[in-house]
Design a protein around this ligand. Structure first.
Ligand code: IFM
Length: 446
């Protein structure tokens, strides 16, 4: 079993975003296959059919990580590659793929950190209601059992869910991600069923000897647009939805007060669920990209019944996505989590942090992404500052190893340390890759 006693420096990816090979070796369809092939959902009609062709080029990609000098790799398993129908018979060829990948990582001294669910739900389960159906939580546990039965002897770190908040909001409340449902607040059962799935999967992983189990939540420091009572209330309501809905039940065993949303009890909750969800955790994964500035809805604004409006963070440089670059927001977030949860906060792993830029090779073939270097430098400094302020941070994973399929934005947003020419699949390490290698080698701790 690989060691995880040192600070983990890693890169992160997700199955649908890099693997391709969507119809190979018995893989079933996922909701993202369906969504991307339904015209109009994804920029320029891009799909993940080929993506980075990682399913065939995984060994080259492991080599890139070994040369980079990272000691961990966070990747997700494609649920429909393992259970093509979402449950029942497992697909041996799918499991074999991950088995080979894990072996190669271990051989190169790179600790595998496996995410079970990074949004590519088997279509067969979506046909039965997806995360609106409580049964999906039990199917996640079955899938967790299958995968850990094969890999737990070599994978010391497991992440049940990636960003359940984003999956609920974009996939089920707004419909801009698969499965494309626009239910607004009626999407709330998706929160509970994902959390229940997290708890049940945690039990299944532990039963197979998994050493460390985490959940990864996307979090953002929330800033009120002004000191007015209305803006303060709106900011608190947003903070509850984005930061507390998925952290409180896991860390404190109860849902936060959702009365700002007109919700007194979540109908989906049954007796005993809270205990299942609040299984003791070995770590909390945090994905940070930017802070959020929130105002009360303007008079007459159509917010779909939500008690806040995004007022936009201004005065900072922005990424290609237009996201503000605020490195100190990561320190603020980490110290804020410590202040909020105290000793209930387990060790924290920054499981994603990175930026999209319009990176292309220059005439000399060099991809000179200086803005990403500045971004990473600032955010690693923020991790160092948070540790100095008493937060137990044990890992930092750059999103992402490779330029890849960025969901509704297709291939236009490049997040990689390594440039991918999607026509030829040529990989070119960017200047930030070389910079990070030097940084890690010079300072094994942030
Ligand atoms: O690409 C995504 C990833 O899948 C989840 N976290 C945010 C990244 C950038 O948008």
């Amino acid at each position: 079993m690989p060691e995880v006693t040192m600070f983990l420096w890693g890169t992160a990816t997700a199955s649908y975003q890099i693997e391709g090979a969507v119809a190979e070796d018995g893989r079933g369809a996922s909701i993202w296959d369906t969504f991307t092939h339904d015209p109009g959902h994804v920029r320029d009609g891009h799909t993940g059919d080929v993506a980075c062709d990682h399913y065939h080029r995984w060994s080259e990609d492991v080599m890139l990580m070994a040369d980079l000098g990272v000691n961990s790799y966070r990747f997700s398993i494609s649920w429909p590659r393992v259970h093509p129908e979402g449950r029942g018979k497992a697909n041996k060829a799918g499991l074999d793929f991950y088995d080979r990948l894990v072996d190669e990582l271990c051989a190169k001294g790179i600790t595998p950190a496996v995410t079970l669910f990074h949004w590519d739900l088997p279509q067969a389960l979506e046909d039965e209601g997806g995360w609106l159906n409580r049964d999906t939580a039990h199917h996640l546990a079955e899938y967790a059992h299958t995968v850990s039965g094969r890999l737990a002897d070599r994978v010391p770190m497991w992440i049940t869910l990636n960003e359940p908040f984003i999956h609920m909001v974009f996939g089920y409340a707004l419909g801009t991600h698969a499965p494309g449902k626009a239910l607004l607040l009626d999407a709330l059962p998706v929160a509970h069923h994902q959390l229940l799935g997290h708890g049940l999967a945690t039990q299944a992983l532990r039963a197979n000897g998994a050493e460390r189990v985490l959940i990864t939540n996307n979090c953002t420091p929330v800033r009120p647009a002004s000191g007015s009572p209305e803006d303060l209330r709106a900011a608190e309501a947003y903070d509850t939805l984005h930061n507390r809905l998925f952290n409180d039940p896991v860390l404190l065993g109860q849902y936060p007060d959702l009365s700002a949303y007109g919700v007194t009890t979540l109908d989906a909750v049954r007796d005993g669920d809270a205990e299942i969800i609040a299984q003791p955790l070995d770590g909390l994964g945090i994905n940070y990209y930017n802070p959020t500035r929130i105002a009360a809805p303007a008079e007459g604004a159509d917010t779909g019944g939500l008690p806040f409006e995004d007022a936009g963070v201004t005065g900072y440089p922005t990424t290609a996505f237009g996201w503000p670059v605020v490195p100190d927001g990561l320190r603020e977030l980490l110290t804020g989590l410590r202040a909020r949860y105290g000793d209930a906060l387990p060790p924290v792993y920054v499981t994603e942090n990175g930026c999209s830029q319009a990176d292309e090779p220059g005439p000399d073939g060099v991809v000179d992404d200086q803005a990403r270097i500045t971004f990473l430098d600032g955010h690693i400094e923020a991790v160092r500052a948070a540790i100095a302020e008493g937060v137990d941070v044990r890992g930092y994973y750059v999103w992402s190893l490779l330029d890849n399929f960025e969901w509704a934005e297709g291939y236009d947003q490049r997040f990689g340390l390594v440039h991918v020419d999607f026509a030829t699949q040529k990989r070119t390490p960017k200047a930030s890759y070389h910079w990070l290698r030097e940084r890690i080698a010079a300072h094994p701790e942030p």
